[in-house]
Design a protein around this ligand. Structure first.
Ligand code: THU
Length: 160
C-alpha cells in the first residue's frame, strides 16, 4: 500500500473589489445573472458569467422545476450555452455568485460535483485551464486556477 497526496492551491480575495478589473466586471455580470435566476423552490439563486477567448461573455443562472431533478444549475446552464453557441472559442474564466433568500450568503459557493464534471469536459476538450472564481453574496472570492484543481482523479476518456 502506498499513499498519494494531492494538493490544491486556491487564491482568496477579501472581497470582489480586490479582484483584477476584468475579473471584477465578470463577477458583476454573474451577480446580475444571479438576480434573474428561477429558484422558487430552494430560494437559492446562482449566477455564472463565462469569458470566452473571442471576448464574448455568456451568462446563465439556475433554473428550477417542480420536478426537482429536472432543474439545472447556473454553471451548466451557462457552459452548455457557451459550448453550443461558440464551440470553437476557448473558455478563459468563469465567475460564480450565489445568494440565499433565507440568510446572507457570506461563504464562497463552489460549483457542485455535477457542474465540476461538466466544466471538466470543456477543460479537457480545449486543452487549457479554465479559471474559476466563486463567491457568495458578499465576502471572500476564491479562485481556482483550473477546474482540475477542484476535481482531482478525474474520470478519464482514455479508459473508454
Ligand atoms: N445550484 C447551482 O446553480 N449551482 C451549484 O453549483 C450548486 C447548486 C443551484 C441548484 C438549485 O437550483 C439550487 O442551487 C439549490 O441547490
Amino acid at each position: 500500500m502506498k499513499e498519494i497526496k494531492i494538493e490544491s492551491l486556491f487564491h482568496v480575495y477579501d472581497t470582489i473589489d480586490e479582484l483584477p478589473k476584468e475579473t471584477k466586471l465578470l463577477m458583476l455580470k454573474a451577480v446580475e445573472a444571479r438576480k434573474l435566476a428561477y429558484a422558487p423552490y430552494s430560494k437559492f439563486k446562482v449566477g455564472t458569467a463565462i469569458l470566452l477567448e473571442n471576448n464574448e461573455v455568456i451568462t446563465g443562472n439556475n433554473q428550477e422545476n417542480v420536478s426537482y431533478p429536472s432543474g439545472l444549475c447556473a454553471e451548466r446552464t451557462a457552459i452548455y450555452y457557451a459550448g453550443s453557441k461558440y464551440p470553437y472559442s476557448r473558455i478563459l474564466k468563469m465567475a460564480i455568485s450565489a445568494a440565499s433568500s433565507n440568510q446572507l450568503t457570506t461563504k464562497p459557493i463552489p460549483p457542485c460535483g455535477a457542474c465540476r464534471q461538466a466544466i471538466a469536459e470543456y477543460e479537457v476538450k480545449q486543452k487549457s485551464p479554465i479559471e474559476i472564481y466563486f463567491m457568495g453574496e458578499i465576502g471572500n472570492v476564491i479562485c481556482s486556477h483550473s477546474l482540475s484543481n477542484l476535481l482531482p482523479l478525474l474520470f478519464d476518456k482514455s479508459v473508454l
